[in-house]
Design a binder for this molecule. Structure first.
Ligand code: FAD
Length: 283
């Protein structure tokens, strides 16, 4: 009835690190399906690009937006769009961000190109206002739809206390879909800005990873601190501190969450200053 499919699956399939034990995954396609999934304790999974999931998995239901909640309608809304600015139809929270950014570039629509290279889903990227120094998710949002067990609301960005890498949307409030507000530009101009943001990623490893491990403490580069501690190339099991960039832990194949945690402990013990984790740990 609701279109929901429920399967027990290893979460390693859904994380960019390729690590994580089993959980009950709810592939939710409709508001009714989402309401049903939220009747018991749950977690929301996006692109799995900021997660280290334990080898034992998680006991909660894991909600994954699918079907219509992972589709996009980029048709300009005639009532809200102008020759300079396009307000799109709805873009599902389950839409992969990289494909969306490429599509907007081809359409010559500017606003999200600074997020190029972030392997998130739209909902996850909005939830933490993912971005780079070239731009962030909140640069291109018109409306955000948020669903909780209490109901659904649609808000504009100025109704949210968003800031640097945060939307102000509480945990487990689900970003189901958004409408984008974009500036009319040209494919060439948008591509040029994407290239800038891409260039900044040149030194990052290409292997399976959940992105940067630690936040930069007080403006100092966490990668440099880890490198200065002589830890580049340190390996535990299948996990390695990337030789290209010390703030990235990569999966050489067969890494476990325990391997990654062991490396994080080594880094914390050897770097002289307290480091705050960038990843989210499940559970
Ligand atoms: P997940 O990792 O699946 O989940 C992260 C959090 O978001 C969880 O709390 C989850 O519950 C919540 N969430 C997911 N979907 C939803 C939803 N629909 N509604 C509500 N909450 C949701 N980040 C940057 O900001 N800038 C970068 O330049 C950057 N570069 C990266 C490069 C690489 C190679 C990798 C692997 C990661 C990088 N990241 C970067 C980190 C990551 O991509 C971001 O944190 C991103 O926002 C995570 O989105 P996700 O959809 O993958 O969420």
């Amino acid at each position: 009835r609701t279109g929901t499919r429920v399967e027990r699956l290893p979460l390693s399939r859904f994380t960019t690190l390729g690590v994580g034990g089993e959980a009950e995954v709810w592939f939710v396609e409709s508001p009714e399906g989402l309401a049903e999934a939220m009747e018991r304790p749950y977690r929301v999974l996006g692109g799995g690009s900021n997660l280290v999931v334990s080898d034992a998995g998680v006991p909660e239901r894991v909600i994954r937006l699918s079907g219509p909640l992972a589709e996009r309608d980029l048709t300009p809304d005639p009532a809200l769009s102008t020759p300079e600015c396009v307000v799109t139809g709805w873009v599902g929270g389950g839409v992969p961000l990289p494909g969306l950014v490429r599509q907007l570039q081809k359409l010559g629509l500017s606003g999200l190109e600074g997020t190029v290279g972030i392997p998130a889903q739209v909902g996850g990227a909005v939830w933490m206002n993912a971005g780079t120094r070239y731009g962030e998710m909140f640069d291109g949002l018109h409306t955000v739809e948020i669903v909780t067990p209490e109901g659904t609301r649609q808000v504009t960005p100025d109704e949210l206390p968003w800031g640097y890498r945060q939307s102000g949307i509480p945990r487990n409030h689900v970003v189901t879909r958004v409408r984008l507000s974009l500036t009319v530009s040209t494919p060439g101009a948008v591509l040029a800005r994407m290239d800038l943001a891409d260039q900044a990623r040149k030194g990052q490893p290409k292997m399976k990873t959940p992105g940067c491990a630690f936040k930069n403490p007080g403006g100092v580069s966490a990668g440099k601190l880890i490198d200065d501690a002589g830890l580049k190339g340190t390996r535990v099991g299948g996990a390695l501190i990337a030789p290209e960039h010390a703030n990235f832990i990569v999966n050489l194949g067969g890494a476990t969450a325990a391997d990654v945690h062991a490396l994080l402990d080594i880094i914390r013990a050897r770097v002289g200053v307290p480091l705050e984790l960038e990843y989210e740990l499940w559970p």
